[in-house]
Design a protein around this ligand. Structure first.
Ligand code: MOS
Length: 726
């Protein structure tokens, strides 16, 4: 490593390098690029849940000033389609749209209007009349449709040992079902695109989390070479999974541009983001646990019932966490899906763990109470350093340390095992705990570094197709270049979000930081190694990069590099771990409650920048608070549309809902994870909150809340558990 710059290298708590651009409004989001002569598109949504279009009257809309085109299945170009029934929805999946008269769900795109102005397009969209032949029996009620559930092809069921034998040898058993509702991710920046089709080539300024995957999906949908698709997305105003894949508005805008021969801008409205850009589906998770009186688990099963669409398959892997988190010899995971007349659900922050941990970590708390064991001790008793589900050791696992240190910082010793025993006036006070874990799936990542010598100073530019979805990618990549080149961050420029740059896996699944930074490291190290080799300078000799360029008689030098998972990585399970402790005050008369404080401990390897990492955990905790307090998308039971259609009725938490939060990062060196020892942190925060709060509510009230969100009315109606002194 070159002379480390403590002030700005890896581990320094520096401010965001793009912060000034953002506060001055100079960071350009998708629709802020100055593209000339653009037209505006507005999508039209179906008003039935299932059936087909039998007539369309677009004459009134077409007669309006400024309207350039009305596109429906009748005049839309034919796109690629998959022959396979119920193909899996993935990040590169094609997104054909307006290809038939069939309607699969309420809110599906049935047309698009293109006009000279945004207002004209919006107005004209309302004037296009559709007549439908409605199927009288759409599948829109989850509870009444369970008999339609099938075993998905995408996520195989899993078994180790023998569940029945495990339950038979247990001293205590638990059989409980946990329900989580449909949820929507609502990034501040709406999904939006400016698309240009020119001579068979596509340029898309589109808000996306994964640039390379998006070029693949666009190219495959239009059946053109991938090299003819350019996706540009230097700033993304949040994604949370909703921008991982290429949604149909992207295809609509490109299709419209191709038809009109001019650029087309399309913004998905906040209301349309409930029906056209992904969601988390409702899950019903049945947990069965068996344990001995000494606290050792003998059996654990996790059966998930969810829904997918009627045209694609997606299964949130809720049971994944129950395969790997604890030492249990008998373990069974199953998945079933109901095909429903809603859009295909897809990844929403920590898909699998966010919901799965609510079920598992609530069930662990219920079992600890049955055993009259402290829930921290119960988890520690069942710790494992081997991932039994994958049959591999963990590269590093500090879950016990997270639990112990968190308990200490939180003042867990002041918790009373007996629910309802801590009161202040009308308030019932409870403490809760949950473990957290999230896979850290590091992936191959490439980058380019350009070094320029000017007035004795070296300026570096790092390029890759990575995205910064508000998480701090620019900053940590700049810090990495600073560290490995030995130049201050102020002399480093990072350029992201363009498919012309070297390929990375994009931002998602908590793999961004580790992948991007190791890719940047590799390019910087290659640059320096080659400059040394050229002059027969030993690899270990510490020479400033400015001096190296001078000795090479170079004013400018470029190098590329890429990093990929090692053999050791593949032989291990690489996860981040954590623990969440919360204190909740419940008003015993109204059921209103407040989360007073939270202590969150995380072990996520090498923390590149404590300030941005802290922001990631806080963001995850906030979304977790949303899960437990208020977030739910409601389905209108007769027509199948979502009746929560704005942020006025889909409630996300605000500052006043949040607790006093302390975040602690444990020092952890994990060189198996990757050379820089970086692990994922974006999704770890959300994976513990719902259970931690629900468990605190049990400790406060003696009521077991198994159905999210935990609203005051549910809490008031719930009965105190048998065995709790009311
Ligand atoms: Mo995440 S749900 O992979 O953006």
């Amino acid at each position: 490593m070159m002379n480390t710059l403590k002030a700005s290298g890896v581990g320094a708590s520096i401010n965001r390098v793009e912060g000034r651009l953002k506060v001055r409004g100079m960071a350009k989001y998708a629709t802020e690029f100055p593209v000339e002569n653009k037209a505006f598109a507005q999508g039209i949504n179906s008003t039935i849940a299932k059936g087909e279009i039998i007539a369309i009257d677009s004459s009134e809309a077409e007669g309006l000033d400024g309207v350039l085109a009305v596109i429906t299945y009748k005049n839309a170009e034919k796109l690629n389609h998959l022959e396979e029934e119920m193909p899996l929805l993935a990040t590169t999946t094609i997104a054909p749209v307006l290809q038939s008269a069939k309607v699969n769900y309420y809110g599906e795109y049935v047309g698009v209007v293109v006009a000279e102005t945004f207002e004209q397009a919006q107005y004209a969209a309302r004037l296009v009349k559709f007549e439908y032949k409605e199927d009288p029996d759409p599948t829109i009620r989850f509870d009444e449709s369970k008999s339609k559930a099938y075993k998905p092809k995408g996520n195989s069921d899993y078994l180790r040992g023998d569940m029945e034998a495990g339950l038979a040898e247990a001293d205590e058993t638990l059989d409980a079902t946990y329900i989580t509702p449909i949820e929507h991710h609502h990034p501040m920046e709406l999904h939006a695109i400016i698309a240009s089709w020119e001579n068979g080539k596509v340029t898309a300024y589109s808000s996306q989390q994964m640039v390379n995957e998006s070029t693949i999906a666009i190219a495959d949908t239009f059946q053109i070479p991938k090299k003819d698709v350019r996706v540009i997305t230097p700033f993304v105003g949040g994604g949370f999974g909703s921008k991982l894949n290429t949604e149909r508005h992207v295809i609509l805008a490109i299709m419209a541009s191709k038809l009109l021969g001019r650029p087309v801008q399309m913004t998905v409205t906040r209301q349309q983001m409930f029906t056209n850009t992904g969601m988390r589906q409702q899950n019903e998770q049945r947990m069965q646990l068996g344990a001995k009186m000494d606290g050792s688990l003998t059996a654990l099963s996790h059966d998930t019932l969810s829904h997918t669409s009627t045209y694609q398959e997606y299964q949130e892997p809720c049971g994944m966490i129950s395969k790997m988190l604890y030492q249990v010899p008998n373990n069974q995971i199953t998945y079933r899906l109901i095909p429903m007349n809603f859009q295909t659900p897809f990844a929403m922050r920590a898909p699998g763990e966010a919901t799965g941990s609510f079920a598992l970590e609530s069930a662990m708390d219920e079992m600890a109470w049955k055993l009259k064991m402290d829930p921290v001790d119960f988890r520690i008793k069942n710790d494992t350093q081997i991932d039994l589900g994958a049959d591999k050791p963990f590269s590093s696992r500090l879950l016990i340390e997270c639990l112990r240190i968190g308990a200490d910082k939180f003042g867990w010793e002041n918790r009373s095992m007996q629910p309802r025993s801590k009161q202040e006036g009308n308030w019932l006070i409870g403490y809760g705990v949950s473990a957290a874990s999230r896979n850290s799936p590091y992936q191959e990542s490439s980058s380019k570094v350009i070094l320029e010598l000017e007035n004795e100073k070296v300026y570096a530019t790092v390029q890759m197709d990575a995205t910064d979805i508000g998480t701090g990618s620019y900053t940590i990549i700049a810090q990495t270049a600073s560290e490995y080149l030995g130049v201050p961050v102020a002399q480093v420029t990072v350029e992201l979000g363009d498919s012309r740059f070297p390929i990375t896996p994009g931002s998602g699944g908590s793999w961004g930081a580790a992948s991007y930074c190791n890719g940047a490291r590799a390019a910087c190290q290659n640059a320096i190694d080659t400059l040394k080799q050229n002059k027969n300078i030993g690899k270990d000799q510490d020479i400033p990069v400015a001096e190296l360029l001078k000795q090479n008689k170079l004013k400018k030098y470029e190098a590329e590099g890429s990093a990929a998972p090692s053999e050791a990585f593949k032989k291990h399970s690489v996860f981040s771990f954590g623990a969440n402790f919360s204190e909740v005050w419940v008003d015993k008369h109204t059921g209103m409650y407040r989360i007073k404080r939270m202590v969150n401990v995380a072990s996520a390897g090498n923390i590149l920048n404590p300030k941005t990492a802290y922001g990631q955990i806080i963001g995850g905790l906030t979304m977790g608070v949303g899960m437990v307090l208020s977030e739910q998308t409601r389905v209108e039971p007769n027509f199948g549309n979502f009746i929560t259609r704005s942020l006025a009725d889909y409630h996300v938490p605000v500052n006043l809902d949040m607790a006093n939060i302390e975040v602690i990062f444990l020092p952890e060196e994990d060189k198996i994870a990757n050379e820089m020892g970086v692990k994922g942190i974006g999704e770890l925060g959300i994976t513990s909150v719902a259970a931690s709060v629900a468990n605190a509510i049990f400790n406060a009230t003696g009521k077991r809340m198994r159905h999210l969100p935990i609203t005051p009315e549910k809490l008031i109606e719930a009965q105190v558990e048998p065995g709790v002194v009311a």
